[in-house]
Unconditional design. Structure first.
Length: 100
């Protein structure tokens, strides 16, 4: 929350240990062991509505889903964001979220 926003992960990947290791290696000050064991990190859920709601709950936003944004490279996941009340922004496959 230091920057005024929180980060959460909702990945369909079931390679949970790999994803956690990748994130921890990439940015250990953000992806701490505490973060990776919290509701802010969700994995292995193809239908993402439940995972997104866990992400919202982690930040106390279950009643304010409009305060969240979901970035995904598959427009087919927009239905899960809609069910959770979260706006989705589609990003380019193989690129993801960038500054550009």
């Amino acid at each position: 929350h230091r920057l005024g926003y929180g980060i959460a992960i909702a990945t369909a990947s079931c390679h949970t240990d790999y994803v956690k290791g990748f994130l921890a290696d990439m940015k250990p000050e953000i992806f701490t062991p505490e973060f990776l064991e919290s509701n802010a990190f969700q994995s292995c859920q193809k239908k993402k509505t439940g995972a997104l709601k866990c992400n919202l709950a982690h930040y106390g936003l279950l009643d304010k889903p409009d305060c969240a944004v979901f970035f995904d490279d598959s427009i087919s996941n927009e239905k899960y964001a809609d069910k959770a009340g979260i706006q989705m922004i589609e990003v380019q496959k193989g690129v993801g979220v960038t500054k550009d």
